[in-house]
Design a protein around this ligand. Structure first.
Ligand SMILES: NC(=O)c1ccc[n+]([C@@H]2O[C@H](COP(=O)([O-])OP(=O)(O)OC[C@H]3O[C@@H](n4cnc5c(N)ncnc54)[C@H](OP(=O)(O)O)[C@@H]3O)[C@@H](O)[C@H]2O)c1
Length: 319
C-alpha cells in the first residue's frame, strides 16, 4: 500500500477556543467569538496560505468542530486540511468506538474525510492504535498521528501501524518556551531523525506568553486558563518583555517571536487563532530571523521564570 506523504505547513491553526463560541461554549478560554469574526479569521488565514485547521471532539464538546465546519464551507474541500482527534476518554460503548467518533466528527465538519487524525492521548496504546488501520484503508482518514504520547508510546504505536504498512506520520505535544518536556525526553530529536513532523501546541501558553496579559490585565476571570496562568504572570514579565524587544527590531510582536522560536526549534506550531489580526502575527513569525543569542536569552529567561505549565491532562514526557 502506498501513502502520500503528509504535507506539513509552516504553522497550523488551533481552534480549541472556538469551542467557546456561541452560547454553548465551555468557557475554557472566555473568548468572545462571533461567527463573522471567525469567518474573517478564516479568510485572512487562507489568503495568507495557512490552511491546516486543528480541532477535537472535546473542544466545547463538538462546538469547535461544528463551527469550524460551518466557517470552512466557503472554501473548496481541497483548499484546506482538517486535523481532528479520537479522545479515548470520550469513547462510546459500541463495537468500534474510534470509527463511531470519527463518523460524528465527519458529520459535524460536514466532510467525508479527515486529512490528519490523531489519537488524542495514550490512555491505552495497544487498544486504540489498531482501530486507525481500517480508517486509513477506507480513505476516511488520510494520515494519522499521536498526541501526548511519550517516546516509548510513539514507538509502540508506530510498530502497531507498521505491521499493517502504515506509520505514525506526526506527533503533537505541548511545546513552548515554558514547557520543553518533549525536547528533554528526546522526542524532538526522534522526530527529526525519523522525518516525522512534530506539531507543537500551546506555544503561546494560551495567551500567557503573548504579552497581552499582565497582573494588571489578567486572563479573563472565571476561565480555566485564568486559573492556571494568572498566578504566574509576575514571573513571566521578564520573558514577555524580551520577546517584545526582540520582535521590535524586526517590526514584530512578542507572540510572533514565541512562534518563531518554535519554528526555529524544528517544530510546526499550532497557534490558537481568536482574532483576525493574529493572522498577521503568523505571517511575521514565518519570516522572523532569531539569532542563536536571541534563542539562548529567551530560553534562559524562560528557565528562570521557574513555572510549570504542564496541562492537567498531560504527563511528563520522560521515559
Ligand atoms: N493535543 C492536545 O492535547 C492539545 C492540547 C492543547 C491545544 N491543542 C491544540 O493546539 C492549539 C493551540 O493551543 P491553544 O489554543 O490552547 O493555546 P495557544 O496557541 O498557546 O494560545 C492561544 C491564545 O493566545 C492568544 N493569541 C494567539 N495569537 C495571538 C497574537 N498574535 N497576539 C496576541 N495574542 C494571541 C489568544 O488569546 P486571546 O483570545 O485571549 O487573545 C489565543 O486564544 C489549540 O487550539 C488546539 O488546536 C492540542
Amino acid at each position: 500500500m502506498t501513502m502520500d506523504n503528509l504535507k506539513t505547513p509552516k504553522i497550523a491553526l488551533g481552534t480549541w477556543a472556538w469551542g467557546d463560541s456561541g452560547e454553548t461554549g465551555d468557557g475554557y478560554f472566555g473568548s468572545l467569538l462571533t461567527r463573522a469574526g471567525l469567518e474573517e479569521i478564516a479568510d485572512k488565514a487562507h489568503a495568507a496560505g495557512f490552511t491546516m485547521w486543528d480541532t477535537a471532539v472535546v473542544y466545547g464538546m463538538g462546538r469547535s468542530e461544528t463551527v469550524l465546519g460551518e466557517v470552512l464551507k466557503r472554501y473548496a474541500r481541497s483548499d484546506y486540511q482538517l486535523s481532528t482527534k479520537f479522545t479515548p476518554q470520550a469513547a462510546g460503548t459500541g463495537e468500534n468506538p474510534v470509527a463511531d467518533m470519527l463518523e460524528q466528527s465527519l458529520a459535524r465538519l460536514d466532510t467525508d474525510y479527515i486529512d490528519l487524525y490523531w489519537i488524542h492521548n495514550p490512555a491505552d496504546v495497544m487498544r486504540w492504535t489498531p482501530h486507525l488501520i481500517p480508517l486509513l484503508k477506507s480513505g476516511k482518514v488520510k494520515h494519522v498521528g499521536v498526541s501526548n504520547h511519550n517516546l516509548g508510546e510513539i514507538e509502540r504505536a508506530d510498530q502497531i501501524l507498521g505491521e499493517a504498512g502504515f506509520r505514525v506520520e506526526a506527533v503533537q505535544n505541548h511545546y513552548s518556551l515554558l514547557y520543553r518536556s518533549s525536547e528533554d525526553a528526546g522526542i524532538l530529536n526522534y522526530c527529526r531523525n525519523q522525518g516525522i513532523p512534530f506539531f507543537a501546541y500551546m506555544v503561546l501558553e494560551q495567551g500567557a506568553l503573548s504579552g497581552r496579559y499582565s497582573p494588571e490585565n489578567p486572563l479573563p476571570e472565571g476561565t480555566n486558563r485564568a486559573q492556571v496562568y494568572n498566578g504566574m504572570l509576575p514571573q513571566l514579565k521578564a520573558l514577555t518583555d524580551k520577546l517584545a524587544s526582540i520582535g521590535q527590531k524586526q517590526n514584530a510582536a512578542a507572540p510572533d517571536v514565541a512562534t518563531a522560536w518554535a519554528i526555529a526549534k524544528g517544530t510546526t506550531p499550532i497557534i490558537g487563532v481568536t482574532r483576525p489580526g493574529y493572522v498577521d502575527g503568523l505571517v511575521r513569525a514565518t519570516s522572523l530571523v532569531l539569532s542563536s543569542d536571541d534563542i539562548a536569552a529567551l530560553e534562559a529567561l524562560a528557565e528562570s521564570a521557574n513555572v510549570n505549565t504542564r496541562g492537567w491532562w498531560e504527563k511528563e514526557m520522560q521515559v
